[in-house]
Design a protein around this ligand. Sequence first.
Ligand SMILES: Cc1cc2nc3c(=O)[nH]c(=O)nc-3n(C[C@H](O)[C@H](O)[C@H](O)COP(=O)(O)O)c2cc1C
Length: 181
Amino acid sequence: MHTLLAYASKYGATRENTTLLAEMLDGEVDIVDLKETKEIDFSKYKKVVIFSAVYAGDVPKYVKKFAKKYQQQLLERHFGICFCCMTEIYNQIKGYALNSFSKDLVNHAACIASIGGFFQYDKMTAIEKKLLKIATKNQAYKKGQLIQLDGKTNFSTIEEYKMQVFANKMNGIIVAEEVAK
Ligand SMILES: Cc1cc2nc3c(=O)[nH]c(=O)nc-3n(C[C@H](O)[C@H](O)[C@H](O)COP(=O)(O)O)c2cc1C
């Protein structure tokens, strides 16, 4: 059973966690960087996971393009949306999915979750830091607790257990062909 793990990352946190997420998912997993990939042959995939970072409530444009172009293939397969982003609030996570993908695709997703996010100030431009400060007041939640950030020190809320919960949900999907074996 093959799974496609299609990711999008600007600052590297999502990319750095693709291998671990792939290891947690059952069966063979192919990892592709959506920024580099133009065409995908879906014929061998039974499950597809979009694993994307979120910026200003949205995934990068090329992720939206991918989901639009291959909407039919995604609707015909078991599908999950995993974000690498800061918010811990499920309604916001679901909102990001609805900002990014069609309603049909969001409704089709077996699981929509976030593994947490990583503010890497050392990789941001001065303008990005400023925008982030305006948008977040340099505040973030970790395990439900509001943390005041200094806007300079890198800060992560990424946790392995969040990844495992998502993987467990995707692994729990019973693929018809596997049952028949
Ligand atoms: C400019 C900017 C905007 C962001 N906007 C959001 C947001 O709207 N919601 C959120 O939950 N996280 C937001 N984040 C946090 C990112 O999703 C998080 O840093 C993520 O780990 C980035 O992944 P990457 O390192 O793979 O690019 C933002 C980060 C940056 C730098």
